[in-house]
Write a protein of this length. Structure first.
Length: 295
């Protein structure tokens, strides 16, 4: 509604909705066939099918091997306009704190960036990386060398859970990753944290007993609706200072991540009706679909 007072036109105060992106950490899992993907789905078809359900994905394989420009270009070509990737930094950068792959990594991610498919980068630190000047200096170096690519940092050690850390990250234009993890002494705690206008949450598991076993056992976890509602409640109370919310599920064993991501979407629609949920993007073209069908 508009009104005039003494010849002045007043427009209603408008608070933009948060833009909520929901996806999973990776998409190419054989044990998703039959639960999330149709039976007999080949690896080459998975990304195109994934795009029908979610608008973004974290690339986790880049942690284990350095991606090449052509590798990321091929992935981008399989996705529709609007679809986004978050690329996990190689362990040489996040764990070994070595510069040897930095330039090559930056060249690779630029292939996604120039195609407008890169939403950001993820640096997941190991629990051995504590809040020290040495590790802070390395994070600052990464921030400087990857400026412009929207780098987010996930801490595993509890020593980073200090009041001065979010402002320090903000000064370096870095996002702080919130996590859903078990209550374990020494582990960065579960809960909504941020360093700026972007909220980034990674859902791992609450398997305290199996956390320090294999990745398969650690992430074999199905989040309950009550657990997911803890996050919708938290998001509903953060106010108007957030523009984007990224919710990524990493409990990928047996397709549980895809299941919980869909459950979260339904909950957000019901409990946060005023916020904007980014919908899955349709296949880029029928030609792409036909080409993937016969690959």
């Amino acid at each position: 509604m508009r009104s005039r007072v003494a010849g002045v036109l007043f427009l209603p105060f408008f608070v933009p909705a948060m833009q909520i992106w929901i996806g999973t950490s990776g998409y190419s899992y054989p044990d998703w066939v039959g639960s999330f993907y149709p039976p007999r789905t080949s690896p080459g078809r998975m990304l195109a099918l994934y795009c029908r359900s979610f608008p973004l994905v974290e690339l986790n394989f880049t942690f284990y091997r350095l991606p090449t420009p052509s590798m990321l270009a091929r992935l981008a070509e399989q996705t529709p306009a609007g679809f986004q990737f978050i690329v996990k930094l190689p362990r040489t950068l996040s764990h070994e704190e070595s510069e040897r792959e930095l330039d090559s990594f930056r060249q690779a991610i630029e292939e996604l960036n120039r195609r407008q498919r890169l939403l950001g980068l993820l640096c997941q630190l190991p629990q051995a990386s504590r809040n020290t000047l040495e590790h802070r200096s390395w994070i600052c170096k990464l921030a400087e060398n990857l400026a412009g690519y929207r780098l987010a940092v996930e801490f595993r050690h509890r020593s980073w859970f200090e009041e001065e850390v979010p402002p320090w990250l903000a000064e370096n234009q870095l996002d702080l990753v919130a996590v859903d993890v078990p209550d374990i002494p020494g582990l960065y705690p579960r809960g909504l944290v941020r360093s700026g206008p972007r909220v980034y949450v990674r859902f791992h598991s609450r398997q305290a007993r199996k956390w320090y076993q294999s990745d398969k056992q650690r992430y074999d976890f199905d989040f309950s609706e009550a657990a997911l509602r803890e996050w919708t409640d938290a998001l509903g109370g953060i106010g108007a200072s957030v523009d984007k919310v990224l919710l990524l599920f990493n409990n990928c064993y047996r397709g549980q991540a895809a299941k919980n991501a869909e459950q979260m979407r339904v909950l957000v629609e019901r409990l946060l009706p005023d916020e904007e949920i980014v919908r899955p993007f349709a296949p880029a073209s029928m030609e792409m679909e036909q080409r993937l069908l016969f690959d």
